[in-house]
Design a protein. Structure first.
Length: 197
């Protein structure tokens, strides 16, 4: 009987440790959700269970920012920068994960769909910031759309006027200058379709 008692005691301890680990996880998630409410306080809409890890730089400068449920902005290693300039509309879909070092600058419209994965040190911009000949004149902006379930590898640059189709993958280090259809893999500078599935 002592072996049975010892086994039961061990099981109780393990059950207690599992509960404690679960409690710690909920506390950590709760802290990240609270941090999101602070950092994203100027957003036009902030969904439930949005998490901010680390210290991102968020700017809503006269634009509109819509963050849907369960979005994660991870700035632990390097700061994420997200800006919605005057007249811009930035929308991030449910379940999207934005990894560290990423920069998103919106002057007209950037729409990121549901369950997208954005790798480290990516740039997503819908404008050129200034004209080429007349630097005081603002450059025209064009909408950027990432449809649902898009995976963007690390250090990808997505330029204005681009739509990346549903379920597509953009390989690390690519520069996306043209739209990419759904269900394909694109890579290179400039990004070209290398496989469809």
């Amino acid at each position: 009987m002592p072996v049975v008692d010892k086994t039961l005691e061990t099981l109780k301890q393990l059950k207690g440790q599992a509960r404690l680990a679960k409690l710690r996880r909920y506390f950590r998630i709760g802290t990240n959700v609270l941090r999101a409410k602070i950092y994203l306080r100027k957003a036009s809409f902030l969904g439930k269970y949005v998490q901010v890890l680390g210290n991102p730089r968020i700017g809503v400068w006269g634009g509109e920012m819509i963050i849907h449920n369960k979005v994660v902005i991870d700035s632990i290693v390097a700061r994420v920068e997200i800006v919605a300039n005057k007249g811009g509309r930035l929308e991030i879909g449910e379940g999207t994960y934005i990894n560290y070092g990423t920069s998103i600058a919106c002057s007209k419209s950037i729409v990121i769909g549901k369950k997208c994965l954005i790798g480290t040190y990516c740039n997503i911009i819908d404008n050129d910031y200034h004209g080429i000949l007349d630097r005081d004149k603002p450059a025209p902006s064009q909408e950027v759309v990432l449809e649902d379930n898009v995976w963007i590898g690390g250090k990808v640059i997505i330029l204005k006027g681009v739509t990346i189709g549903k379920d597509s993958v953009v390989a690390a280090g690519s520069v996306v200058t043209r739209s990419i259809p759904p269900r394909c893999i694109a890579a290179g500078v400039p990004a070209k379709i290398i496989k469809t599935f």
